[in-house]
Design a binder for this molecule. Structure first.
Ligand SMILES: [Zn+2]
Length: 200
């Protein structure tokens, strides 16, 4: 999916584009984004490194609101961190980890599966995970008193919650992209069918 969207940004260097002739053009890709809520655009632009910091910040604001809602729903209170700071920190840590994967998972070598089974080490993602102490450092840098155990117990649920929001955004983008791609294939067939008829 990213390979397709990377064409929206000529400067995307971290993604290799395969040599195949593209079926979709940039207009189609913009059309996909126009069909979805704006947080999908923030997600994809951050992914393809188009104004990454700016788009990650917009995404951060959006997700932080969802985290606060979820905290209220679960009547969650942190004794150590204020509600707003908690939501801000956990969102920052989870977003950072999502957009800056640290290379391939050592167990499955980035494949996400091993011997036809989902890799348990990386949960099928294929990327190397940040550990809890790195997340606490990134999300709450001024709080030396917070431990990795604290992050696991207090933030663990919300960290997963954020990760599932991001996965849902990616899945929706992928689904819409596939739909447009199918339309493009059907149109190509139609076009060649018409040409064929003309030949007769
Ligand atoms: Zn793995």
């Amino acid at each position: 999916m990213l390979e397709q969207f990377a064409r929206l940004n000529a400067k995307t260097v971290s993604l290799k584009i395969s040599g195949n002739l593209p079926l979709l053009d940039v207009t189609d890709l913009c059309g996909v984004l126009a069909l979805l809520d704006e947080h999908h655009s923030w997600y994809i632009y951050a992914m393809i490194e188009q104004r990454r910091a700016y788009n990650m910040e917009l995404l951060h604001k959006y997700i932080q609101q969802l985290v606060i809602q979820e905290m209220r729903k679960r009547e969650f209170k942190s004794r150590k961190v204020k509600l707003m700071d908690f939501a801000y920190g956990v969102t920052k840590a989870a977003l950072f980890a999502h957009f800056n994967p640290r290379g391939k998972c050592k167990v499955c070598n980035g494949l996400g599966f091993k011997a036809a089974k989902r890799c348990e080490h990386c949960n099928g993602k294929g990327t190397r995970e940040y550990n809890w102490s790195e997340k606490v450092q990134y999300g709450f840098p001024s709080r030396r008193d917070l431990t990795r155990d604290w992050y696991r117990k207090s933030c663990g649920y919300y960290d997963q919650f954020i990760e599932s929001i991001l996965h849902e955004i990616a899945a929706e983008l992928s689904e819409k992209l596939n739909k447009v791609r199918k339309q493009a294939i059907a149109y190509k067939r139609l076009e060649s069918a018409v040409l064929f008829d003309d030949d007769l």
